[in-house]
Design a protein around this ligand. Structure first.
Ligand SMILES: C[S@@+](CC[C@H](N)C(=O)[O-])C[C@H]1O[C@@H](n2cnc3c(N)ncnc32)[C@H](O)[C@@H]1O
Length: 306
């Protein structure tokens, strides 16, 4: 199992307290949840959400020593409010999101996230959904493919790659991850250093297939409502698009008025919801990146509910 990222920093910033309840919106392999459970005493509980059934099953098994102190649900974190209601918790003392893929996804070639895999293009984290990477790659219009590659992958060769995909699929459907990676490599050239030339394309497709930015944006719309006063929220993100959404939401919550500048008196009805705990993102230590290269693009932000 890959080590979970920035665990020490995340747990310290959450300031876990004995016998309180916490929400881990991205349970994954349970590395963060485990540390939280260790810190919150015999009556503290964690509600762990993950939309990947396999992650929930494996982590429930691995952390069975915590018994009913770990409550799990297979669900999208954007439904957190509803699920907290179902569980009867209403609010929590802290929330953690550690976004992106889990080690399980990366290590399971059949899930279709890896460049080298002969596996079918899939990339769904939630296998209950019907949209997968195969459908995006083989049926989306060229202009939409180009938009996805440009916006979500920040891929400079977006147009050329989209055209190459279209030329290929007109002859025969693109079935596997490796086939797609080869098409991209033919357009942008061979691997430079350790970064595979298809990295941006794969990231873009993954974000589109899983609607990652939409889910995060939905969640951030009013996630502060789920926190008790002084409760903290920590988000670890892995690319600038996610981090931008987190930064924007946290800054908004930190403001006392949303009226445009120079408005003579406040008429927005907004009030400050939280204060920034980190005014700039925190990055993993050099030692952590050396130990765990997956940590290299991580950044962490935290807020505290007023
Ligand atoms: C980076 S991993 C979390 C790792 C975890 N913190 C640990 O210590 O092992 C992210 C997890 O969040 C899940 N995930 C991503 N987006 C989600 C969403 N919108 N709703 C629910 N789960 C999500 C993924 O399936 C994955 O298992």
């Amino acid at each position: 199992m890959h080590a979970p990222v920035m665990v020490r920093e995340a747990i310290e910033l959450l300031k876990p307290e004995a016998d309180k309840r916490y929400l881990d919106g991205t349970l994954g392999g349970g590395g963060h949840a485990e540390q939280l459970l260790e810190r919150i005493g015999p009556d503290g509980k964690v509600l762990g959400l993950d939309w990947d059934e396999e992650a929930i099953t494996a982590t429930r098994h691995r952390l069975h020593r915590f018994g009913d102190r770990l409550v799990t649900r297979c669900a999208n974190f954007k439904k957190a409010k509803e699920i907290l209601g179902e569980v009867g918790w209403d609010k929590v003392s802290g929330i953690l999101l550690d976004l992106g893929l889990s080690s399980h996804h990366i290590e399971s070639p059949e899930r279709g996230f890896s460049f080298q895999a002969e596996a079918r293009l899939d990339m769904r984290m939630d296998r209950r959904q019907s949209l997968d990477a195969y459908r995006v790659v083989n049926t989306f219009p060229v202009s939409e493919l180009e938009r996805i590659l440009r916006e979500y992958g920040e891929e400079p060769a977006a147009r050329r790659i989209a055209i190459a995909i279209d030329a290929k699929r007109k002859r025969k459907m693109i079935e596997t991850c490796r086939e797609l990676a080869q098409i991209v490599e033919r357009v942008v050239g061979k691997r430079r250093g350790r970064v595979n030339p298809a990295t941006r394309t794969f990231q873009a497709l993954r974000i589109a297939v899983n609607r990652e930015l939409e889910n995060l944006e939905d969640f951030l719309e009013n996630a502060y409502e789920l926190l008790f006063s002084k409760g903290r929220m920590v988000v670890i993100s892995f690319h600038s698009l996610e981090d931008r959404l987190v930064k924007r939401a946290f800054r908004k919550w930190n403001q006392s008025c949303l009226c445009p500048a120079k408005t003579p008196f406040c008429c927005c009805g907004w009030s400050q919801k939280a204060r920034l705990v980190t005014s700039r993102p925190l990055f993993p230590s050099r030692e952590e990146v050396q130990r765990n290269p997956r940590a290299r693009s991580a950044r962490l932000r935290a807020v505290e509910r007023l």
